[in-house]
Design a protein around this ligand. Structure first.
Ligand SMILES: [Zn+2]
Ligand SMILES: [Zn+2]
Length: 387
């Protein structure tokens, strides 16, 4: 597959990394020092490591203190950057301050520049979640006790097939909607269970005949799915009724003129992250509900850090970053959050149409709760409510 897609991109790390080898490499290093390091023992460890005395450490701390930055000729730089004094005092010689002040002035004066610069900010729309303390802890809960790998996995918004127009494809910025921290020892199926997609959450049957009756969601009925990573389809076969989405693609790819190479398949519930070989930054795929395709990317891989990561295995895969959402409003009243998606209703100016509960009932049903005209209705759960 590499021959077809190519991996020469600035954001893809070219070398493949076997997660197990990465961990094994670190196991050969003496990491006891790092795991014992706390703010209290830092001075002591530093003394031993570099063979210096406490006096030297105190002197270093003094020299490297952030207070030193305002001590000398550059006094006033903080006001230039963080305050509202945009004139650079004469004594400030830092080129970075001049560049930053120029940038702030331009952001205020030029709307196009402001919008362009904001779009380039990597974390502008993200919310970082700290859910490590939310669960009540019991002493019996399983903890991470050995060296462990943590992988950051980004799940992107589903692909929109309607954007393909003939040979031309409209360019869309891929948006990483959710980012998870996964442990090397966890099965891929554990990540699948945590991925949130409205296609799973919403019912797939027409509910217009009896809108009060609850119907099973797509995620409850259609449970098949796969991850495609490093030329291997990892299918979900936890339910006997699940079907193999990958077989048709594997057969299609067998023809030698396609130059795709051999594609393999395995079970996601029997494969741990540590069994994978990955490229950081390379797009892989998650498919569920037949054709809901999400790009997935391993953006980072590192060792578990007892100082900053939750030690409880149950906390993983852990959703730690989402994109800020603006809720869509009911098309009829523009006030409430929509709860119903209506198709093929000739009395409406557009198809489909989103209704809040009140507008849905008053527009589509008479006083006897009978349907007015023909239409299909599906409960709608806005993304902003679930992510
Ligand atoms: Zn989806
Ligand atoms: Zn409404």
């Amino acid at each position: 597959m590499d021959l077809i897609k190519g991996v020469e991109r600035p954001w893809i790390y070219n070398g493949k990394i076997n997660v197990r080898s990465f961990l094994d490499l670190w196991k050969t290093q003496d990491l006891s020092l790092e795991s014992n390091l706390t703010p209290e023992t830092l001075d002591e460890q530093f003394t031993k490591m570099f063979d210096v005395d406490q006096e030297m450490i105190d002197s270093l701390k003094e020299d490297l203190s952030p207070d030193c930055l305002t001590d000398v000729a550059d006094e006033g730089w903080k006001d230039c950057i963080y305050g509202d004094k945009f004139a650079i005092p004469d004594q400030v010689k830092l080129v970075s301050v001049a560049a930053q002040v120029k940038h702030i002035e331009k952001m205020k004066a030029d709307r196009n520049y402001h919008s362009h610069a904001s779009q380039l900010l990597k974390y502008r729309n993200y919310t970082f979640l700290d859910n490590s303390e939310m669960k009540k802890r019991s002493p019996d809960e399983q903890k991470i006790t050995d060296l462990e790998v943590i992988l950051n996995v980004q799940i992107f918004k589903p692909m929109k097939f309607s954007l393909h127009v003939g040979e031309h494809r409209k360019h869309v910025n891929p948006i990483a909607e959710q980012e998870f921290l996964c442990l090397g020892g966890q099965f891929l199926s554990a990540l699948r269970d945590e991925i949130i997609c409205p296609v799973d959450a919403n019912p797939v049957e027409d509910c217009s005949d009896d809108p009060k009756k609850s119907k099973p969601s797509g995620g409850e009925i259609y449970t098949s799915g796969f991850f495609f990573i490093d030329d291997c389809f990892y299918n979900d076969f936890r339910k006997t009724s699940n079907i193999d989405y990958s077989q048709v693609i594997v057969d299609w790819a067998k023809s030698s003129d396609r130059r795709i190479g051999e594609l393999r398949s395995a079970k996601m519930e029997a494969t741990c992250f540590i069994d994978l070989t990955i490229r950081l930054g390379q797009p892989y795929v998650y498919v569920h509900q037949g054709n809901c395709e999400h790009m997935i990317v391993f953006s980072e891989m590192r060792l578990f850090s007892p100082q900053t990561d939750s030690p409880f295995i149950d906390d993983y895969p852990r959703l730690f970053k989402t994109v800020n959402k603006t809720a869509i409003m009911c098309y009829m009243c523009g006030i409430n959050v929509p709860k119903w998606l209506v198709f093929d209703n000739k009395r409406l100016p557009d198809n489909p149409w989103l209704f809040c509960e009140q507008c849905f009932m008053s527009f589509n049903y008479d006083s006897q709760k009978k349907k007015v005209g023909h239409f299909k209705a599906f409960p709608y759960l806005d993304k902003s409510a679930i992510i």
